[in-house]
Design a protein around this ligand. Structure first.
Ligand code: SF4
Ligand code: SF4
Length: 100
């Protein structure tokens, strides 16, 4: 299991308040709100942490720059992809890559 899988498993293994607390902590580390692609719609709907929670439902579709390479979650998890808000979560991207 690599570093990112450990972050995801760590989150999934928790329930209730402990899971909420872990999620809150990860969301606080996410720097998406400082990114040029992030918009008012995403802010209003509370979207964030796309690398784990998946792509933007209906707010983001245009690539205007991605801050993920500077994010502490990406550094800790060894993430190298960009635009999780548009392309989907890291795990979804990995599944796609496996399919070829
Ligand atoms: S890697 Fe990107 S999507 Fe994931 S927490 Fe960091 S800024 Fe947010
Ligand atoms: S995933 Fe990247 S492009 Fe999308 S909002 Fe977060 S930092 Fe910006």
């Amino acid at each position: 299991m690599d570093a990112f899988e450990q972050i995801v498993k760590g989150l999934e293994s928790k329930t209730g308040e402990a899971k909420e607390a872990e999620l809150k902590s990860l969301k606080e580390e996410c720097i998406c709100p400082d990114c040029p692609t992030y918009n008012l719609c995403a802010d209003r709907t509370g979207e964030i942490l796309y690398c784990i929670l998946g792509r933007s439902e209906e707010c983001i579709s245009e690539e205007l720059g991605c801050n993920c390479p500077d994010c502490p979650v990406a550094a800790r998890g060894g993430l190298t992809e960009l635009y999780y808000c548009i392309k989907g979560s890291e795990m979804e991207m990995r599944a796609e890559r496996k399919k070829g």
